[in-house]
Ligand binder design. Structure first.
Ligand code: A3P
Length: 338
């Protein structure tokens, strides 16, 4: 399966959200025969093996499954959308490149001039566009990539290799609110469409019919794997990183096999990384305020960066319903969301 090249497809392939007419020939039939639901930014999301994926994500997932060869030293950041992926990309990048971009020479750090989404690429979107995407970071010193795919849909080689997975999850209520704002921004900026009413988004989210959903199966897949295989999957929570970024940074560095040395601790490296990757710092950089990446303006990845913004959007009834879903789905698993 070859990626459509820019020359033999219309510009609509380059549009961030695939139109059905642009699906690659070899997949058109199999994609459009899947159960589908309307989507807010692309025409449809499709149910593939129990998860809802947009066509571009599904196409990229299938190509990743066929072609991605994990290496033992790979680092893969996995997340359900809007759980803090951009932040984690920045933190992981800063941790693994800290020897090159010493905190004392912070002005040289690529994080100051490049959006984290462009420093660490998303696997399925990369495979949807390219035949052999390059996931090397920092001139090939590391291979780091991200994915929103659930554990069950990851390429087989990920499980077979010793590569490490870092998963970040977040309160289902804040994730929903963040997602709603994100979708409306994309609809407005990319397609000139109006906002989706919040109750509509809420209903679909509760049914699991949102991009990469259901959120509960997504989170539980990685949670269970992290319990069974803690050396393979590090399970993080957005709220815990917010509360104690330094503690979580130490966990990340240790998990990746590059714990902070005593000298680094004394030199304030951990705090330096937290500050560099903080919402205030990153969201105020020119590149993140006015820059654009392939798929969207960079500022769509930065909104409030707070815990508990759901209180400004959800009625009591909605909050109770979402809490009940989590309680029921997570019962007996040990996973608790904030
Ligand atoms: P809000 O919409 O609640 O503000 P993702 O990167 O997975 O798309 O998640 C986006 C969410 O993470 C947004 O949440 C965004 O503001 C928040 N975010 C982005 N960068 C952050 C940072 N450095 N620190 C904390 N939150 C951040």
């Amino acid at each position: 399966m070859a990626a459509p090249s820019d020359s033999n497809t219309s510009n609509s392939f380059l549009h961030p959200f695939f139109q059905e007419s642009c699906y690659p020939e070899e997949l058109r039939e199999s994609i459009i025969s899947l159960p589908r639901e309307e989507c807010w930014v692309a025409p449809y999301i499709y149910n593939y093996k129990g998860f809802w994926l947009g066509s571009i994500h599904l196409y990229g997932a299938l190509r990743s499954q066929q072609q991605f060869q994990a290496q033992h030293s790979d680092i893969i950041l996995c997340s359900f959308p809007k759980c803090g992926t951009t932040w984690l990309k920045a933190l992981i990048f800063a941790v693994i490149t800290r020897k090159q971009f010493l905190v004392s020479q912070e002005t040289l750090n690529p994080l100051l001039t490049t959006n984290p989404q462009d420093l660490i690429r998303n696997m399925e979107l990369a495979y949807a566009r390219e035949n052999s995407p390059d996931f090397s970071v920092n001139n090939g010193l590391f291979r780091v990539l991200s994915t929103h795919l659930p554990l069950a849909l990851l390429p087989k080689s990920v499980g077979e290799s010793k590569c490490k997975l870092i998963y970040v999850c977040r309160s289902q209520k804040d994730t929903l609110v963040s997602f709603w704002h994100f979708v409306n921004k994309l609809r407005g900026e990319a397609r000139g469409l109006g906002a989706i009413p919040f109750p509509h988004t809420f209903d679909k989210y509760c049914r699991g019919e949102s991009m990469y959903g259901p959120f509960w199966d997504h989170m539980l897949g990685y949670w269970k794997e992290s319990l069974e295989n803690p050396g393979k999957v590090l399970f993080l929570k957005y709220e815990e990183i917010k509360e104690e970024p330094d503690v979580q940074l130490r966990r990340i560095a240790a998990f990746l096999g590059c714990p902070f040395s005593e000298e680094e601790e004394e030199g304030g490296v951990v705090g330096g990384i937290s500050r560099l990757c903080s919402f205030e710092r990153l969201s105020n950089l020119e590149v993140n305020k006015t820059g654009k990446s392939y798929y969207s303006p960079n500022n769509v990845y930065f909104r409030k960066g707070e815990v508990g913004d759901w209180r400004n959007h959800l009625t009591d009834e909605m909050a109770i319903k979402l809490d009940q879903i989590v309680e029921e789905k997570f019962k007996g698993t040990g996973l608790k969301l904030c």
